[in-house]
Design a protein around this ligand. Structure first.
Ligand SMILES: *Cc1c(COP(=O)(O)O)cnc(C)c1O
Length: 210
């Protein structure tokens, strides 16, 4: 709000809960601004049940510690990935190569726990890489204490057309990785072995010259 927003909308499903076990959301704003939202909520009846609210309250207690660690670990993974010959591109606002790095540095204290990257290979090779990872589970609902990974083409965007995915920049070789609280060195060693396990199709990767 200090950056000029009238409302801030949080998904409490992700980092705020932190354990991939509830659905909730938060809208923050002025009392007057929130009035119509409160009315709509009362009419629709979408109120968190007590157990859901208890789990969210418990998760919130460790939010600063979790996010601080996830920010640090994700930056380490992003740096590691950026130096790999099989990795075509890494999308992480904490990297100076990111087009919005300057804005991110002005507005953010950390750069988040999700690292996206594109492999030098087709969809099949990308699936082989994701399947070879041993630490993260293949799942969505990012932001929790356990690392998760997805080949975005097959999971989050499986129900959109190929044209829509292309327009959104979601290629078959895009991987999204939600970094949890595991030791980042273990996660990096795991990425390293999965990249190394790619086999003959990847025998002669070419580094981009641009
Ligand atoms: C994040 C997520 C949701 C719900 O997110 P909201 O922010 O609560 O709308 C549901 N399903 C999956 C798989 C998700 O990753």
């Amino acid at each position: 709000m200090s950056l000029g927003a009238d409302f801030v909308v949080h998904s409490a499903t992700k980092y705020l809960s932190g354990h991939n076990d509830l659905l909730a959301g938060v809208v923050v704003g002025s009392a007057a601004g929130l009035e119509p939202i409160r009315k709509l909520q009362a009419v629709q009846g979408n109120v968190s049940d007590p157990h859901n609210a208890y789990l969210l309250g418990r998760g919130l207690k460790t939010l600063p510690l979790r996010v601080e660690r996830q920010n640090e670990s994700a930056l380490k993974l992003a740096h590691f990935l950026e130096g790999q010959p099989y990795v075509a591109r890494v999308y992480y606002p904490g990297l100076s190569s990111h087009p919005s790095h300057a804005v991110a540095r002005r507005q953010m204290k950390g750069f988040g726990g999700v690292v996206s990257f594109e492999l030098r290979g087709d969809g099949k090779a990308t699936s082989r890489f994701v399947d070879a990872l041993r630490w993260p589970s293949i799942a969505s609902s990012f932001g929790g204490v356990d690392s998760l990974v997805e080949q975005t083409w097959l999971i989050s965007y499986a129900d959109t057309s190929v044209e829509q995915r292309a327009a959104l920049g979601v290629g078959e070789n895009l991987v999204r990785y939600s970094v949890g609280l595991e030791d980042p060195d273990d996660l990096i060693a795991d990425l390293d072995q999965a990249l190394g396990a790619l086999g003959p199709a990847w025998a002669a990767p070419k580094r981009a010259t641009t």
